[in-house]
Design a protein around this ligand. Structure first.
Ligand SMILES: [Cu+2]
Length: 301
């Protein structure tokens, strides 16, 4: 059994095109080598001026046209079903953001790697709050751009239990490679158990949960190390240089500054860091969420 319902048609088309390409590579190379010997100077001392050959020209126009149309036929008939998900497909939001995938199930369960039941059609609604990403599941032979402001989707039927890679196939900045995730296909019963199991967050600070959920920690560390953005460790109360409208300014990090930095990161750019990388979270995080995050940052002394 194939990993997904699209493996067969995509692989067939690939091998068909590869087969035709190899056939011509070998055929043309062999003919060239044969001509090299057959028409070398010793055997063919006077060059022949060939004016053209209507029959041959028709032949090498018609045959490649037919071959290209055959490739198109299989390419198109394999691609077309990818555009029409069945009505009973389970719909999951798939959010690609710098640099993390987030999947939201119909019941609100939010995870960073997919678990799906075998033999059930699934439709992923692809969203990006920042830049262009591309959701790619190589084993399933599917890939689709995730366009900010757009509403692309992809669908498939997982057919074989197992664990498969999910990648971002569109270079989306420094930590693009962090967008490696996974898709685990399990039987229905295991899936139902998994769906009901809530991750144990009892000991986790709600602010930390938010930092994880919103992928803040793909750019900010909690341990003092510099990543794409400044570390959250010891951030509250720190004196730092920020750039406001091109002017350097010394500030002491306080609540108001943190709120502004999260809502409007480009209002004041922390010196030595790149502007424009962090998404403004003013429409993404509620004030209560931001309160939790700041409360957590305060604990990182
Ligand atoms: Cu990406």
């Amino acid at each position: 059994m194939n990993a997904s319902n699209f493996v067969e048609s995509v692989d067939f088309t690939l091998y068909l095109i590869l087969g035709i390409a190899v056939f011509f590579l070998v055929g043309i190379t062999a003919t060239m080598i044969y001509f090299l010997f057959r028409y070398r100077k010793k055997r063919n001392p006077v060059a022949t001026n060939i004016e053209g050959h209507v029959g041959l020209e028709i032949l090498w126009t018609v045959i490649p046209t037919i071959l290209v149309l055959i490739m198109f036929y299989f390419g198109w008939s394999g691609y077309k079903p990818m555009l029409s998900p069945p009505d009973d497909a389970m719909e999951i939001e798939a959010i690609g953001q710098m640099w993390k995938w987030t999947f939201i199930y119909p019941d609100g369960k939010t995870v960073d790697s997919l678990v799906l039941p075998v033999d059930k059609p699934v439709k992923l609604n692809l969203k990006s709050p920042d830049v262009l990403h591309s959701l790619y599941i190589p084993a399933f032979r599917i890939k689709q751009d995730v366009v900010p402001g757009g509403s692309n989707m992809m669908w498939f039927i997982p057919q074989k239990p197992g664990k498969y890679d999910i990648l971002c196939a569109e270079y989306c900045g420094q930590l693009h490679s962090y967008m490696l995730s996974s898709l685990t296909v399990v039987d229905e019963a295991t899936y139902q158990t998994w769906l009901k199991s809530a991750p144990d967050l009892s000991n986790e600070h709600p602010g930390l949960t938010l930092l994880k959920k919103n992928a803040c920690i793909s750019c900010h560390t909690l341990d003092g190390n510099r990543l794409v953005g400044p570390s959250f460790k010891g951030l509250m109360g720190r004196t730092e240089t920020v750039i406001v409208d091109g002017q350097e300014k010394e500030i002491t990090v306080d609540r108001a500054y943190l709120i502004e930095s999260i809502k409007e990161p480009n209002a004041a750019i922390t010196a030595t860091y790149q502007p424009g990388l962090m998404t403004p979270y003013k429409d993404i995080l509620s004030d209560a969420d931001i309160d939790q995050i700041i409360a957590y940052i305060e604990t990182l002394k």
